[in-house]
Design a protein around this ligand. Sequence first.
Ligand code: LMR
Length: 389
Amino acid sequence: MFDALHPQPDDPLLALIGLYKTDDRKGKVDLGVGVYRDEQGATPIFRAVKAAERRLLETQESKAYVGPEGDPVFLDRLWELTAGSAGRGLATAAVQTPGGSGALRLAADLIVRAGGRKIWLGVPTWPNHASIFKAAGLEIATYPFFDVPSQAVLFESMADALAKAAPGDAVLLHASCHNPTGGAIAPEQWKELTEIIESRGLLPLIDIAYQGFGKGIEEDAAGLRMLITRVPEALVAVSCSKSFGLYRERTGAIYAVAASDKIASIARSNLALIARVSYSMPPDHGAAVVSTILGDDTLKADWISELSSMRGRITSIRDKLAAGMSRRWQSLTAVAGQEGMFSLLPLEEADVLALRANHAIYMPTSGRINIAGLKSAEVDAVIEKFLTL
Ligand code: LMR
């Protein structure tokens, strides 16, 4: 039967990892997949993660099954980190997932089970969003989000498009650190979005995958926190991949905020069922690490401090890039004010391929760059190479 299958292209973003690895040119630069790198080019394990792992090695007494919902203590602690005081007292269903992508897939399946048919995605968004939602059977609609040449968030167009969405449609929002643009939604714009979502009867699905990499742990969740207290229902997909550097441990969670405890409990049972028939139970290790860190004041303080120095490094690279690149592309002064790991440069596919061929600079053909992939010492040289275009 397998000869009836059609070959599928590799995921272009993940394929870059392999292409970069096999390039043996000195001074190659990886601005591709979204992982944090330090000044040595390494993706470090957080000190607090190492300490939590040592503790788990000594104290964990069993590897017995945890169940499809995962660990309730992890889920409570992660919800407190994500939603803060806004989340307390809300009727919420929580299920631990294999990373943020797992959370998005469970969310999509839940929407379909609840009778939802369509989800609105910003243009542009993380390419895997559309693939995940389509695979779950949702129809994709789009709203404008960002204009690459001018580097502007198209808030008015976004609001106009969503004001025309039909009741029951889902809408995907990035909590902060927008992937791939870095474009931020201001607090008053979050209010306007909340009003549109409420008045149109839309279901918000908020993807939060970079908490702490933008303006700060609290600031990066502020819009989400305001929104979930005002709408009757919401889904929040949390990834611990970047914020805790647990990429390959596949650690995340899906939260469904519901209108009552009874409805939340039904939503939880549906999420648990979807998990059970998809992969049975989520991986435990990363969640156990996060739970250990968030449950210990000393480890938590150390994690916050390491995360804030990562954020500081990204911010200073942003400033240097904005100053250098705006010599050629005026609009790129905006890069300094954008947030998170990514910015989206006004490049053609041919430019991206030329940078790769001539200068061993790797990035997806969309023109997205992972700012956290640059070392301070190489920024000037990298800018000069961009200026050859
Ligand atoms: C990215 O956008 O680079 C990350 O979210 C990694 C991924 O899975 O695509």
